[in-house]
Design a protein around this ligand. Structure first.
Ligand code: ZN
Length: 223
């Protein structure tokens, strides 16, 4: 992945893969899904000599966005830095961003806060870290406004809770839609190509090819 540096900081008791996507030349970094543990994320940024310039969100669940408010406060307290923007997810997840403290209470978790996006994203838009451009794809099913970030040139994607190694995102929420999720995977992710590597919201990395051939949730129907 020339020029692109990727790091993962597991956050919250859900061990969510908060992902640091950096331009290796400038150190400019997008923090994807800071679900909590903002000080641990700050420590990882400092240890890596990374300069966080934006927060990107795949979806509005507590373990992906519950640390946004704290991280924004910490990042914007840095002297001589432009204000960091919170970008994404799709506006259809706005109701979840505003419900994080309720979600956290239901799980008995403390320290997670409601999040506010500066800008929602639509499919077809792009976001960038330095010269590295990521396409935004809308992949509903796990949540209505879930998006994924794809860098076609580097053959790298961050797919949040849509697709996992050997599994797919849960859809047993009132707003979940398993059929829509499988359709998102079939029509948006599988066409990215077998060599596309991805980091997901939880657990180990994988590739589209490995999931196309080995993931029981997609293999059954769409071999
Ligand atoms: Zn989720």
């Amino acid at each position: 992945m020339p020029g692109l540096k990727i790091g993962v900081v597991p956050v919250t008791p859900f061990q969510q893969n908060c992902t640091l996507i950096s331009d290796a030349d400038s150190g400019q970094t997008a923090v994807v899904d800071p679900g909590g543990d903002a000080e641990r994320i700050m420590a990882a940024l400092t240890a890596g000599g990374l300069d966080a310039v934006a927060i990107w969100l795949t979806h509005g669940h507590l373990d992906h966005a519950g640390g946004v408010a704290d991280l924004v406060s910490l990042l914007n307290a840095r002297p001589d830095h432009a204000r960091v923007e919170v970008i994404g997810p799709d506006a259809r997840d706005a109701f979840l961003l505003g419900d994080i403290e309720n979600q956290a209470a239901a799980y008995g978790l403390k320290g997670l806060r409601n999040a506010v996006a500066d800008r929602f994203l639509n499919e077809g838009e792009t976001v960038a870290v330095g010269p590295h451009v990521f396409d935004v794809l809308h992949c509903p099913g796990h949540t209505p406004g879930h998006i994924v970030f794809v860098n076609a040139a580097a053959r790298f994607a961050q797919v949040g809770d849509v697709l996992f190694r050997g599994s797919v995102g849960r859809t047993d929420f009132p707003y979940g839609d398993h059929q829509a999720l499988i359709e998102s995977i079939r029509t948006k992710l599988l066409p990215l190509g077998d060599d596309m590597r991805f980091i997901c919201g939880h657990g180990p990395n994988s590739t589209i090819g490995a999931e196309r051939s080995g993931n029981p949730f997609i293999q059954q129907t769409y071999r």
